[in-house]
Structures are given as C-alpha cells and as structure tokens.
Design a protein around this ligand. Sequence first.
Ligand code: AMP
Length: 561
Amino acid sequence: MTGFKEFAQACRTIENIPGSLDMTEQVAQLLQDVNCDELPVVTHFIMGEVFPAWSAEELGIGTSLLYAALSKAAGISIKEIELLVRDTGDIGQTATKALNSKSKGQATFSSFIEDTQELSILEVFERFKNISKVSGKGSQTTKIKNLQYLFNSSSPEEAGYIARLAIEDLRIGVGEGIVRDAIAKAFDVPVSDVERAFMLTNDMGLVAVTARRGGVDEVQKLNLELKRPIKMMLAQVTPTIETAVSEMETAAIEWKFDGARVQIHKDGDNITLFSRRLENVTRSLPDIVSAVREHVKADSAILDGEAFAVDDSGRPRAFQEILKRFRRKYDIETTAREIPLTLRLFDLVYLNGENLLDKPLTERRAALLGCVENTGSIKVDEQILTSDTEEVNRIYNEALEAGHEGIMIKNPNSSYSPGKRGKNWLKKKPIMETLDLVVIGAEWGYGRRTNYMGSYTLACHDPDTGRFLPIGKVGTGINDEQLAQLTDTFSNLIIIESGMEIELKPEVVFEIAFEEIQKSTNYDSGFALRFPRLVNVRDDKSPDEADTLQRIESIYSAQRK
Ligand code: AMP
C-alpha cells in the first residue's frame, strides 16, 4: 500500500519542475511505483480529478463546505480560513497553514494517530467515494466529517493536496498531455496508442492499468463501450460562409438547432443519455428514451444529436426551458408534458458492435439514415451537400427565419474526432450586438485572482425610476493587467463590503458581449445574460447612458422571432 505521503511528496517535486519533459519523467516514475489497484486512482489524482470525466460520480464539495471542514479540523473560525484564503490565494496553502497553526498549539488527533496509522492513497480515494455517494438530508454533515477525518489523519502538507483534490484543482501543472506521455514512457507503449485509447475510453486510469498489464497489444484493443460516453466533437466559428465553403471541395450543410446536445447509447432496449458535459441525463428525458427505443432500429448504437423544444407556432423555445428538462430530478413527467422535446440526430459513431469513428461523415450518415425511422419527435437532421455559397446562404437564412441558431458546415470526408474543435465542423451564427452595462458590485477573487475583484455585477438602466437593475455577472474577457487596473479603479468606489461581496458606486460602464438574453428571476431586471464577456471598458459613457431595460426587452423579443 502506498501512503498518501508519497503522493504528496511527488506532487511537491513535480510542482517545482519548470519543464514538461522532467515533469513527464516524474509522473512516469510515480505511475511505476504504485501498485495496480492504486494506479488508476493515482492517474486521476495527478491530473487533479477524483473520478474519470465520464463517470456519474461527483464530489460536490463547494468552497463553503471545504472551509467548514478545515475550520473544524484546524479548530479556527471560518472567518480565519477566509482570511487565509485571501492571504495565500490558494486552498492548498490555506489548509497547510491552518493545520500547521493547530499542530503548533495543542496535541491533535493527527499527532495522536501519526505513529500508528498512515493515510494511504486508497483510503483517501475511499473517503472521496463516500462523499460522492451521500445525498439528501444530513449529507453536508457527512461530507464535512469525511473531509475532517482526512485533514486530521494527514500532515499539514498532505492536507494541502487533499484540499486541492477536494475541489479537483491540484495546480501542479499536470494535464492530459503529460499523463499521456508518462503512461507511454512508464509502460513502453507508443504515445499515439495511448492517445487513441484515451479518446475511445475517456479514462486515463483505465489506459494506464491496461498499458501496465498488457502493454501495447492490450491498449490497442481498448474500444468504445456502451454507457461510457466519449467527448463530443466540437465546432469552430467561421467568419464567413464563403471562407468555410472554399476550404472544402463540397460542404455538408445542416441547420444548427437551438437546443442542447445529447449523446445516446442504445444497448438493446436499454437507453442511456448523456449531456454535453457527459452527465447521465437519462432519468430526466423519458420522452427521448422512448423515442429512441421505438424508432432507432439497431441492436446497439451510439448516436449524437441535439434536443430542442418548440412553441405552438413551431419556433424553438428558450435554451433555459430545455435546460429545465435536462436538470429536472422530480415531477419529470409533468415537465416533459409542459416542454416536450424534439430530437435531431446528426451523427452515428457506433453501430451493432462496430466503431465508426474513423469512417467519413458521408458513411456514418448513410448508416444513421439506415437505422432511424423519422417521425415528428425524432429525425435525422437534413443535410445538403453543396459547394454553391448562394445555396448555403439560403439555407442559413432559412435556419435563422425558423428561429434556429444558424448552420453547421461540415467536411463530408472527415472522421469523428471526440473532444476536438477543428476545421471539419464549422459553425456560422449571426454576430450578437453588445450591451453597455453599469458595474454595481464585485466579488473578491479566488486563486490567481486573490486580492483582485474577480467578477463584476452588471446592471441596465431603468430611465423611468433612475435605478440600475442587475442583469448578471461577468468574470471572463478580463486580462491580468485589466484586472489590476479595474481593482484599482473600483477600490475608490466601494460602498460596503461584506465577506467576499462588494457593493460599488455605479460609475463605470462595461461593454459586454453575450450569447443570449434569458428571462430570470435571479435578477431584478427580470433578465440574465448567457455567456457574458467583457469587450471594453466604456470610459466614454456615463452610467445613465447605459442600455435601458427597454432595449433588453426588445433584444429578448427579437431573439424569439
Ligand atoms: P456551440 O455550442 O456554439 O459551440 O456550437 C456547437 C453545438 O451546436 C453543438 O455542441 C451542438 O449542441 C449544436 N448543434 C446544433 N445543431 C447541430 C448539428 N447539426 N451538428 C452539430 N452540432 C449541432
């Protein structure tokens, strides 16, 4: 059994290595040193994850829960933990400092058990597993107790890495690339085979164990498996239809439906659905499950598509409504009746035991058309093969007139590349207008943004009352230099501070890009922005020149037309 101490030591060594080659060497050594049971756990841990990305298991540890566990373990107040976080900018260092302050003081549980029992890697994993299993009433207390046990059973340094693992952010600079190379090095398997096996399994831990046990031959046998989702292929933005089409001799054009992605695994009558983030959403979408069961004629299949909902006039309903369906845990049947979903399938990557990933899109699509019975609620997305940009523009306008997002321009000869955003799938959507919004609040940042105001509350102007009405928060699109400058500017505008929250005098206007305006009960304006991003600080604008509630309302209704 390897102690967690060894893992923590390896992390500290790796953390201080500047070059990725030496880092790979160290990770490879660690993978060789642990036993077969520990190998998958260590492979995930070293990348800062506890469970593989495809797994339904989730830790669900937020900062407040972590602070509570640390405060109990170290015997200091949550306020003191928060100050340490502000001071160190890192939850790992916070945990180490908090527990160090304790061990200097009184005899601790950890000092008591230190000589008798050493925390092992597998024990840490088991505790995390316990944490992921609990739900409902009392679950917070159980989670805190498990974390507290881990903190009190480890040295302050180990506790630092446990705290970072608890929020799945190990911060030692080891990502998928380094782990891939380290597995290849440790078990003498070509990097390309490790990479392919990871693409098919979505599980580096499994690839590592297979490489160690069976070498290259067994790694090459790893394949897609039903109920183990693969990453979705992604699309890149194309600035114009003309450039996109000119890059492909013939382009495959499809509508870009305004809905949510689903990956469907069919194993006989057993259907499993995964969201874009690979969460298992089967229980929430019984209508899609039965449509697939009835109308997909295959013993086994992995299909890719978009689920959307339409209103009485046949126009797509707001994205939020679809998310309501995906997130629903109770009253599922009622919500399904209120927001029935329509499924458009556009890809097939596995059929009756055969992996189709490397086949060209045209072949995958022919196979898809061969096994789906088109009905109202489930259909294969229409596709036109063309090199005529006028025709593509016509399809684009039709898609927009129907209320959908735009079009996808796909390379008909391309294979399906899980998780890749490349030139084989391009998307064309209209460019959204931006909004000028007033900054009325901020939040002290976390991690790299400690001591900076990391996210800003935005408001629109209501000329009728003269009030500024909140509409959302923005934290993206801000570079480090801007962050420092903005913090400086806003420090003079603080009205009150409470914990991490700051209320600001409404003086600064941000120009904000966004994907969509949604209705919301979270903000006083009644609206919220989807994917807001800072484009510019509009020093030239005063707060009362900011966009009005009326403009927000009109953009919102234009979106729906
Ligand atoms: P975006 O979310 O803007 O990156 O655009 C890519 C997304 O468009 C995919 O993840 C799908 O959810 C969605 N989509 C809608 N229609 C299609 C289609 N015909 N082919 C591929 N993706 C589509």
